[in-house]
Design a protein around this ligand. Structure first.
Ligand SMILES: Cc1cc2nc3c(=O)[nH]c(=O)nc-3n(C[C@H](O)[C@H](O)[C@H](O)COP(=O)(O)OP(=O)(O)OC[C@H]3O[C@@H](n4cnc5c(N)ncnc54)[C@H](O)[C@@H]3O)c2cc1C
Length: 416
């Protein structure tokens, strides 16, 4: 039997989502206790590609991706892989993913994503100012690259959808392409420059700066694993793996890819899985990179960071337990070297992260079925850093029982 304690608000998970929610709740005058088994930002928030991808509003299934899937799956180190051992578990998720790309669901998903991204942009500007992290944000846009006229043409319908939602972009070629990123392989015939896209100088440092600001203002962080979260007669009981029970007034579940069992125990069966991603962070000076480059046909990006250059992405539908296959990171680095002649590939650090992904590419943000005092904030897939401040705002709205800043119906845990 463990010990007992009380708390105002407990946030389970100190990734970028939990930290952002904590920041907004602390601003609202609440006393926040963060609990994370690994400390601050050691999940997906540690090593991601650093982008505020505010213009990325199309569901993964509608990004022209489905047509590419058979070719991608033929290459075991390509942009998408499914380890055979995990195929039975992931099949229902894949069926839902495919269905999410149909016109009716796609349009509803885009409308929800546009609203969340609009909020994300304004909330991120506000949060970084308040937390003193605005100097870590780079506003030099992104450059997506195409190897053929056919690849460029295949992307045009997606850009037309973005145009309908007033998202700015510029298709570029020749001297303008060279100006935006000198030194690329001539295999790239065209590109799309997206000026609103931003990146952070280093995602782990960005998350930790937010966390340090929280702790300085009186929040606390327990490095412990949470076993269960259940409503009780005097609040919400959070039980740690070491047996300690903490009774909180309200709880936020922000455990990224690991949120599924906690939600299931509260009566919400959510098809959360993980899209594992890989990258290599090269030392500073590896290439004269001007802004984030997106090699969409190959499923990876190259990001300028304060301390180097990060090359990676890709999706491996391999669940939470299979060991990493770093040959996937090697394969992307090799491709990057051929796309960016002169890229110095020595001295890199490899990493794998677990994107928390729902098949419709939308997160879960909203109350649990068991109690309005247990709020979910997980499942942001490829976009958790981008949508962290918006999620923090919505969680603070829900905790205060005020009308959320945007309609949160599309993000309900019960939508599946
Ligand atoms: C290769 C890659 C590139 C990416 N690039 C981008 C990008 O450029 N832009 C973008 O917006 N997003 C990007 N993402 C996605 C983004 O990283 C995630 O969506 C985001 O980090 C999710 O944040 P989170 O706080 O929900 O989860 P996490 O950061 O994974 O945090 C969850 C936390 O919960 C803790 N936890 C889990 N279970 C328990 C438990 N039972 N008890 C206590 N603690 C627990 C974990 O220790 C962890 O710290 C990328 C992801 C990957 C893998």
């Amino acid at each position: 039997m463990g010990t007992a304690a009380t708390a105002d608000i407990v946030i389970v998970g100190a990734g970028i989502i939990g930290l952002s929610a904590a920041f907004r709740l602390q601003q609202a005058g609440r006393q926040v206790t963060l609990i994370d088994r690994a400390g601050m930002a050691h999940g997906a928030s540690f090593g991601n590609a650093a982008a505020f991808a505010f213009t990325d509003v199309l569901p993964m299934a509608a990004k022209g991706m489905l047509g590419k899937v058979p070719g991608w799956l033929m290459d075991p180190l390509g942009p998408l892989s499914i380890p055979p051992a995990y195929l039975p578990q992931i099949t229902p998720w894949l069926v839902r993913f495919w269905r999410a790309g149909w016109r009716d669901r796609r349009d509803a998903s885009i409308a929800a994503q546009v609203a969340l991204m609009d909020l994300a942009r304004s909330e991120m500007a506000d949060l970084t100012k308040a937390a003193g992290t605005a100097h870590m944000v780079r506003s030099d846009g992104s450059l997506e690259l195409y190897e053929s006229e056919a690849e460029f043409a295949a992307g045009l319908p997606g850009w037309a959808v973005r145009q309908e939602h007033d998202i700015g972009f510029e298709h570029v070629r020749g001297a303008r392409l060279e100006e935006l990123q000198p030194g690329l392989s001539p295999r790239f015939v065209a590109g799309t420059f997206v000026p609103q896209w931003q990146t952070v100088s280093e995602p782990y440092e960005f998350a930790c700066a937010l966390g340090e600001a929280l702790l300085a203002q009186g929040a606390s962080l327990l490095t412990e694993a949470v076993r269960s979260v259940v409503p009780s007669s005097d609040g919400i009981t959070v039980t740690l793996d070491n047996g300690t029970e903490i009774t909180a007034k309200q709880v936020v579940i922000a455990c990224g890819a690991w949120s599924k069992p906690l939600a299931a125990a509260l009566g919400d069966t959510v098809p959360l899985d993980t899209e594992r991603g890989y990258n290599t962070t090269l030392p500073a000076g590896a290439f004269a990179l001007q802004r984030q480059l997106i090699f969409g046909g190959h499923g990876f990006v190259v990001t300028p960071l304060a301390n180097g250059i990060r090359v990676g992405g890709a999706v491996e539908l391999g669940g939470l337990d299979l060991p990493p296959n770093y040959a996937r990171a090697d394969a992307m680095l090799k491709k990057a070297a051929s796309f960016m002649p002169g890229l110095k590939t020595e001295g890199g650090k490899q990493w794998m992260g677990f994107r928390p992904s729902l098949p419709d590419s939308l997160p879960v943000i909203g109350p649990s079925s068991a109690s309005p005092d247990i709020i979910y904030a997980f499942g942001h897939g490829h976009l958790g850093l981008t949508q962290s401040a918006a999620t923090g705002r919505l969680v603070a709205d829900l905790i205060a029982r005020t009308k959320p800043s945007i309609d949160i119906t599309p993000f309900a845990a019960t939508r599946f």
